[in-house]
Design a protein around this ligand. Structure first.
Ligand SMILES: [Zn+2]
Ligand SMILES: [Zn+2]
Length: 597
């Protein structure tokens, strides 16, 4: 079996060898060869593993015959004898320290040797202890100052090190691969994603799959053959745990069809939802498990009642079925008890997209889209939309003066009008109303990046923050509030500015912003780009409670991205939004009334 290593892993191994050679005092030329190869592998546009399979390792710049031979060993056998030999005399813990900022090979070696850091798994934690006890300052060449600096670096490193959660579409793709594989197994009766993936959380930690079957053994054998599996970690009657070629661990949980509902409920979570559910059950003299519900918990004789569907499971507790997206202990159990669950918005309710980018030819303040108007319209038609807003970024204020910007926006309006009124397009897209919009930057002082006069050439504007993210709460709030005063502003784009795993939310007083939106009849956007999913669900819930309207937009920069709408709908559902809360789920007349009102 071939051993799959990602480019990152391969580069890491090359860097370890370079570090070991540096400690050994090898020739600088040879060390640099390894370092250069590591950089080259890091920057490859394809996978080194794939190149190896295609016998094209020599295409990687800086990888000569020798290194190609070593990488061949690596992919074929999982290790490289030469690498092992070079690293062996050195404490293994030192290699785990190389990613800490300010720690080079020699420092890593000295510290590992001094404090017995022989294991890579524990090296950083042990080093932190040594730093905290003040022992590092006493070492020759270190001192108080570098001890302090190292402690900060190690603490930051350990904090960051927790496994990064996957973005929803990435986890979804992994699950879809397995579910599609399972669908060809005759012994599988039902299969579904579980956990945070089923609850449509923006990021997913583990991918868990549930399977209903009467022949667990056969399904286990089937899963052992899964082509994208790198390694079988565990296999029993009830569980198969696989490590995939991308290093992700996947659990497939197997259950008899009679317990399907109990399994789904238990492993969908969330933990907090299930805790409250358990408390409710206890009050009713029942106890819950992944197998079902034991009535009269105190009597040991009572059998566990099994449930083949979730509806009956919830019903047995006096509840109506709760959509997975709502299971976060945000009051959903009480609402279900009172039979007052909201009718959540669905993808099929969406009637248009109000934030999209075309390839329009001016120099814009940020990335233009890659497709033209007709291509976007074609996809919108396929999606069955009744309306579509074209909302390019405003012209760049560093490239044009104010008068030029006004004439450019006027020109764009004429251009759009011309395109949509050609006889061909009038026939082809007769069912879609096209709106002429712009995504306008909110400048740091809260003014818009286009002259007010230009607003008259637009049907409406989306206003967004794309700069000065670090302003203090009071100023940032003032900035946003000011931008909402302008005529034609109908949507606040990606309101918190967050980028998942990359940028924190802006510091904004959303009570004030929502009050203003309510007053001015402005909608907050739920931006459906998987890295954004902005508004976050807690703010969606707050908006829904206050009656602030929302718009779910894809912010598509290409026609195919129009299909990411469902990720925004997921967030809306997690925030308890109904069709009535979402302006682009309204029929055209109602929507138009809101737009012009
Ligand atoms: Zn934007
Ligand atoms: Zn945008």
């Amino acid at each position: 079996m071939a051993h799959h290593f990602s480019n990152q892993e391969v580069a890491g191994k090359l860097r370890e060898v370079a570090a070991a050679m540096e400690v050994r005092g090898d020739d600088g030329f040879r060390i640099r060869a390894y370092e250069n190869a590591a950089v080259a592998v890091d920057n490859l546009s394809s996978e080194a593993f794939d190149l190896w399979e295609a016998k094209k390792l020599d295409e990687i710049p800086g990888v000569g015959a020798n290194l190609a031979q070593h990488l061949d060993d690596l992919f074929r056998t999982g290790s490289v004898k030469h690498f092992t030999k070079v690293k062996k005399p050195l404490p293994a813990g030192m290699f785990a320290l190389l990613d800490i900022s300010g720690v080079g090979p020699k420092i890593a070696y000295t510290l590992s040797k001094q404090f017995g850091l022989t294991k890579s798994e524990t090296a950083a934690v042990k080093l932190k202890k040594a730093l905290e006890s003040g022992k590092v300052a006493d070492l020759e060449g270190f001192g108080e100052q570098s001890q302090e600096r190292l402690l900060t670096a190690v603490t930051g490193f350990l904090k960051k090190k927790g496994p990064e959660r996957l973005l929803l579409p990435v986890a979804e793709k992994v699950a879809e691969g397995i579910l599609s594989y399972l669908s060809s197994c005759p012994e599988v009766i039902k299969a579904s994603a579980l956990g945070s993936l089923r609850r449509r959380v923006p990021t997913v930690g583990d991918v868990d799959i549930g399977v209903a079957t009467n022949q667990a053994g056969a399904v286990v054998d089937f899963m052992k053959q899964y082509p994208a599996a790198n390694r079988l970690v565990a296999a029993g009657e009830g569980l198969v745990r696989l490590e995939l070629t991308n290093k992700l661990t996947v659990d497939v949980k197997l259950v008899n069809p009679t317990e399907w509902g109990s399994l789904l409920q238990h492993f969908t979570g969330s933990k907090n939802h299930n805790i409250v559910l358990r408390e409710l059950a206890l009050k009713q003299g029942k106890s819950l498990s992944e197998h079902g519900i034991k009535h009269e918990a105190r009597s040991t004789k009572q059998e566990v009642r099994k449930y083949d569907n979730e509806e009956d499971f919830y019903k047995a507790l006096g509840l109506t079925w709760i959509p997975p997206e709502m299971r976060e202990n945000a009051g959903e159990i009480e609402v279900s008890e009172q039979r007052k669950l909201p009718q959540l918005v669905e993808l099929k309710d969406i009637k248009g997209d109000l934030h999209t980018h075309t390839d329009y030819y001016w120099i814009s303040s940020h990335d233009a889209g890659t497709d033209d108007i007709s291509t976007l319209l074609e996809t919108a038609k396929k999606l069955g939309y009744d309306y579509l807003a074209l909302g390019d970024h405003n012209p760049s204020i560093s490239s044009y003066n104010e008068n030029k910007i006004i004439s450019l926006i006027k020109e764009r309006k004429e251009y759009i009008d011309k395109i949509i009124s050609t006889r061909e397009n009038k026939v082809k897209y007769s069912s879609i109303k096209v709106l002429n919009s712009l995504e306008v930057d909110i400048r740091p002082d809260g003014t818009l990046a286009i002259p007010e006069e230009a607003l008259k050439y637009l049907d409406f504007a989306v206003v967004s923050i794309h700069s000065s993210f670090a302003m203090k709460k009071e100023e940032q709030t003032k900035r946003v509030l000011k931008s909402l005063f302008y005529a034609k502003v109908k949507i606040l784009g990606h309101p918190t500015g967050r980028l998942i795993n990359q940028r924190e939310e802006l510091d904004i007083d959303f009570n004030a912003v929502m009050a203003e939106c309510l007053k001015r009849n402005i909608a907050l956007e739920i931006n459906a780009i998987p890295q954004r999913l902005d508004l976050p669900e807690t703010l969606v819930r707050q908006a829904v409670k206050l009656g602030v309207k929302l718009a779910i937009n894809t912010d598509a920069h290409s026609a195919d991205q129009l299909e990411q709408m469902r990720y925004g709908v997921d967030v809306a559902r997690r925030g308890w939004a109904k069709k009535q809360d979402i302006v682009n789920a309204w029929p055209w007349e109602e929507f138009q009334h809101w737009l012009t009102g």
